[in-house]
Ligand binder design. Sequence first.
Ligand SMILES: [Zn+2]
Length: 479
Amino acid sequence: MRHCRTRGTAILAVLVVLGACATNPATGRRELMLVSEGQEIALGQQEDQKAVASFGVYEDPALQDYVASLGHSIAERTERPKLPWTFRLVDDSAVNAFALPGGFVYMTRGILAYLDSEAELAMVMGHEVGHVTARHSASQMSSQQLMSLGMGIGMVAVPELRRYGDLAQLGLGLLFLKFGRDDENEADSLGLRYSARLGYDAEEGAQAFRMLDQLSEQSGSGRVPGWLSTHPDPGDRYERLLAAIRQQGLEGGHVRREAYLKRLDGMVFGENPREGFFEKGAFYHPDLSFRFELPRGFEGQNTKQAVWAVSPNGDAVFQLTLGEGDSAEQAARGFFGDPEIRTLDTDRTSVNGLPAIVGTFDAQSGQTLVRGVAAFIQLEGRAYRLVGYTGRADWNRYSRSFGNAMNSFGPLRERWALDVQPRRVDVVVPRRDLTLAEFMERHPSTVPESTVAIINQLAKGETLKAGRQAKRITGGHGR
Ligand SMILES: [Zn+2]
């Protein structure tokens, strides 16, 4: 990373010279812009591809259209209606919403489940749209943008390993760019402006921010890493919004709660275990029918393109991806044939009866000389690539755990794991007023009571009303 930053500074200097002063149409502020609108859009498009590859879009065309059409109605009424606005519902369980320069806005299915009306959705989307119209990332894009450019241009690593480097960073510098408090407050005001222009009840909309506050309080920092990492809490956000609503006389408007909840009915909730899950130090992939054990003590993460695991002190990485080609041989040839990989040995072998090729290698990753082991294992017409690597000096400490992890790879046969299903949102209508405990009894959920309370945005002691829709969560593997 260090040399990327240096490179960034050099490019930054060039941009500063080219930068121009302009008035921002949304904020009315004169500001020094380091990037033109064209660059802003180009950057957004480039990062959008990464976002889609990393998160995936949620496969429900009706729900995608719904989010997109609400987004476009908001965007049309902003000061920058002509941007190539793109709204995506991403397949991520984290409670989050984020935006990229140039008009790319993302809502996770995680946040959709926690929102309780279209007015809230409009407020949160309006907030993200506000970051774009006010050019928050564009005006402070400098270091982050250039760092990510730097990663592409400057990293003298093996392409294979660079991919891991990207994953370690999540390769999404801009998405996880933290805005300052002032930017957050400004995005809140713009979100309020935009949702009010569409006639939404802003007081109802602002409930979304109260829910997010409660969620982060309830969970410490564990549950909403998404929203918290992209939206540092500007404090009393909810009160400030309510004050602004009253001051501007924006009370009243439509809420569209029922219509909103109806759309959520059946949506996947939480992580989707069909796409892989960890249990007791092992990783299971029901859809691809394989399993393996992580190196002992490693922390696993499952992303769209890879399963990766990192040693407790972060000095060793283990990674599983699909290899290129459909045979172990083909995939291995591609990897060991890379001129930047110095192959030490390769061996044709078998892993739990599956044809495999295993080899060790040295490679340069940034400033570090790494040593690693790569296994290419063939299962049902696919070649899986398992790679473990660490600094050359630490190799002896990790080589055995890498080997054990690779040798544990095999077909998944456990019925409970093959049959696992995701949890889903189920909208029910209580026939009489119910306390939360009664609701849990009558309409059981497979998540804790505290989660049911917050997805329904229930205040402490508040009851669920007769005839009013409520959310519960069903399904999941329950182990
Ligand atoms: Zn924000």
